[in-house]
Design a protein around this ligand. Structure first.
Ligand code: PLP
Length: 337
């Protein structure tokens, strides 16, 4: 019997070779044509790839970025412009004007879980803070969190008859500790000056109200690594500068209440994102409620933008374009003047 193979009509060998040659020729023509065409000719719609408003927005953003005169608002202790320019696509964010209108996400959350996770990853990778047993509270810069934490660590005036907490710091200190506490001075806490005037008193009397002590390490303005001065005080450890381009990271910070900000590691001071890492859930809750009551959560636009920045930082960590390596070079050149 004839097999199926044998039943197939036989093509003359010459025809097969011709078909192969024409196929090859077509491929070569195709490749040549498209290699010599610009991307916009390729897309046939002026290069928009079907994009309309996004293309227009992107063109404007690129034109702005190309203009040299403004310096793009770059100022600050460690501007990592080089890294973010090199990773321009990854660090850019384009948001439609009609998105993110609401205060919260569709899940009713005010803080991006994704951003929280990436901030935790950044701390772990850098090794500058223990994050696993802490709650994150976002604020519009860590400046917004100064008073949130003072409130959270002070006796609840409605439920507790204790005297107001005494808020103190060691000189020289970051002025908003005093100005904010004095401005919002109320039933719960009071600015009580410098630790020096209480160093002895606190050893003798503790029934006159608890101390809330700001400990800034490294300190602004003298960069000293500091520890609490008053024994038994509730400490707000401000670690705004505890990043490897500013100081040696000897060990991960692990105080009960810590403050960090994006203003220093990435230089995005104007975006206003800070976070507190808080061990005690009740303290974290009070600080979180303070943020809700005062500003209804940190800006969602900022959270989205900072997520992109943290991702770029993580992707380049320990590599040639490590943001902290670049930041360290900037700092060193500034010191050498
Ligand atoms: C010690 C210290 N803490 C906090 C901040 C404020 O940071 P943010 O920009 O997040 O409000 C600064 C800013 O200079 C600072 O020096």
């Amino acid at each position: 019997m004839e097999s199926a193979e044998e039943r197939r009509p036989r093509r003359p060998a010459g025809l097969g070779v011709l078909a192969l040659c024409s196929s090859l020729l077509l491929n070569v023509l195709f490749l040549a044509h498209y290699s010599f065409l610009s991307p916009s000719q390729l897309l046939g719609d002026g290069g928009s790839c079907g994009l309309s408003w996004a293309l227009q927005a992107a063109k404007e953003a690129e034109a702005l970025a190309a203009a040299d005169c403004s310096g793009h608002g770059q100022r600050g202790p460690a501007v990592p412009g080089a890294l973010l320019e090199a990773d321009a696509a990854a660090s850019a964010v384009l948001v439609p004007g009609w998105h993110r209108l609401s205060y919260a996400t569709t899940d009713g959350l005010y803080q991006s879980v994704e951003l929280e996770n990436h901030i935790r990853r950044l701390h772990r990778a850098v090794g500058n803070a223990v994050v696993d047993d802490k709650t994150l509270v976002f604020g519009a810069g860590s400046t917004r969190l100064i008073n949130a934490l003072v409130h959270a660590l002070s006796p609840d005036a409605d439920a507790d008859a204790s005297p107001p907490a005494r808020v103190v710091a060691t000189v020289p200190y970051y002025p908003p500790y005093r100005t904010q506490t004095a401005m919002f001075d109320g039933r719960e806490y009071r600015w009580e000056g410098t630790t020096a005037s209480w160093a002895n008193a606190s050893r003798n009397s503790s029934d006159d109200g608890r101390f809330v002590e700001f400990v800034t390490s490294p300190n602004n303005p003298d960069a000293l690594l500091r520890t609490p001065v008053l024994r038994g005080s509730a400490v707000i450890a401000d670690h705004a500068y505890y990043w490897p381009h500013f100081t040696h990271i000897a060990a991960p910070a692990d105080e009960d209440v810590m403050l960090f900000t994006m203003s220093k590691p990435s230089g995005h001071a104007g975006s206003r994102l800070g976070w507190a890492l808080v061990r005690d859930e009740k303290v974290a809750k009070r600080a979180y409620e303070y943020v809700q009551n005062s500003i209804m959560g940190a800006s969602r636009d900022t959270q989205l933008r900072m997520l992109g920045i943290v991702k770029v930082m993580l992707a380049n960590l320990h590599g040639k374009e490590d943001i902290f390596g670049l930041g360290h070079d900037v700092m060193r050149s500034r010191w050498r003047g």
